[in-house]
Design a protein around this ligand. Structure first.
Ligand code: SF4
Length: 217
C-alpha cells in the first residue's frame, strides 16, 4: 500500500466523513439490528427497514419472532429479496438467540457467524453498530472505495478488512462502515463517481487517473 495513504489515513477518513450525510439506523436494539441485517442482503435499505419495522411491530422481541409462523413472516417481508430463505432465517435466528443466548445477542464474531444468515460482514455490522464493539464491516461500498483509493489490493473483503484494521486507528472503527456507505452512495458511486468534487481525490489512484484522462480530452 502507498505510504501516503497509510500516513494520511485519518485525514482521508475525516475528509470522506465531511462529504457523507448521516446514516439512517432503523433500530438500535441489537436483536433488531441483527434481524435487519439478515433481511438487508441484496435489498434496498428502504424496503429492508420497512419489513423489519413491520416484524418488530408484530412480534416485538426474539421470543415473539421465534414463535412466528413461516407464512406470516413471509407475508410481512414480501418485498424483500430472497424472502423465502430469509423468512426461515429470521425465525431460526430468533430461536437461537432466545434459547442458546437467553435473548441476548452474542458479542463474539464466531458466535454471531455460527447463526445461519450471518456472514462476516453482517457480524461486524452487529458488533460495531449495535453492540459498540470496534469492528470494520466491509460491504460493496467499502470494498469499492478501498480498491479505488488503493487501500485494498484485491477484491477479497476479508483482506480489505485486515488492511483497514492495520492502518485505521481503533477509535475510528465504529461508524466507519455507515460513513463509507453514505460516501459510496453520494460521492464514490459505483457508476459515475464524482471525482471532480471528491475530498480525497489527491490520495486516490483511480480518481487521479480519471481526472488526468478527462483533462487530456
Ligand atoms: S476520487 Fe473518485 S474514485 Fe477516488 S474516492 Fe473520490 S470519488 Fe472515489
Amino acid at each position: 500500500m502507498d505510504r501516503r495513504i497509510k500516513g494520511n489515513i485519518v485525514t482521508i477518513i475525516e475528509s470522506m466523513a465531511k462529504q457523507s450525510p448521516p446514516h439512517h439506523f432503523e433500530f438500535s436494539d441489537p436483536f433488531w439490528v441483527l434481524i435487519t441485517t439478515i433481511l438487508s442482503h441484496r435489498t434496498k435499505d428502504s424496503v429492508t427497514d420497512k419489513a423489519a419495522r413491520k416484524l418488530y411491530e408484530r412480534y416485538h422481541d426474539c421470543k415473539g419472532l421465534s414463535k412466528a409462523k413461516y407464512d406470516d413472516v413471509l407475508g410481512i417481508i414480501d418485498k424483500v429479496g430472497f424472502k423465502r430463505e430469509k423468512a426461515k432465517r429470521v425465525i431460526d435466528a430468533a430461536e437461537i438467540i432466545c434459547t442458546k443466548y437467553s435473548g441476548k445477542v452474542p458479542e463474539s464474531i464466531d458466535e454471531l457467524m455460527s447463526i445461519r444468515g450471518i456472514g462476516r460482514k453482517t457480524a461486524n455490522v452487529i458488533l460495531s453498530d449495535a453492540l459498540g464493539i470496534p469492528a470494520i464491516a466491509v460491504d460493496t461500498h467499502v470494498q469499492r472505495i478501498c480498491r479505488r483509493i488503493g487501500i485494498a489490493k484485491n477484491d477479497n473483503p476479508f483482506d480489505t478488512e485486515k488492511a483497514l484494521m492495520g492502518i485505521v486507528p481503533k477509535n475510528m472503527w465504529i461508524g466507519l462502515n455507515p460513513m463509507m456507505v453514505e460516501f459510496g452512495k453520494n460521492i464514490c458511486r459505483p457508476v459515475g463517481p464524482k471525482c471532480h468534487i471528491c475530498s480525497v481525490r489527491e490520495f486516490c489512484r483511480y480518481g487521479q487517473k480519471r481526472l488526468n484522462e478527462t483533462a487530456k480530452k
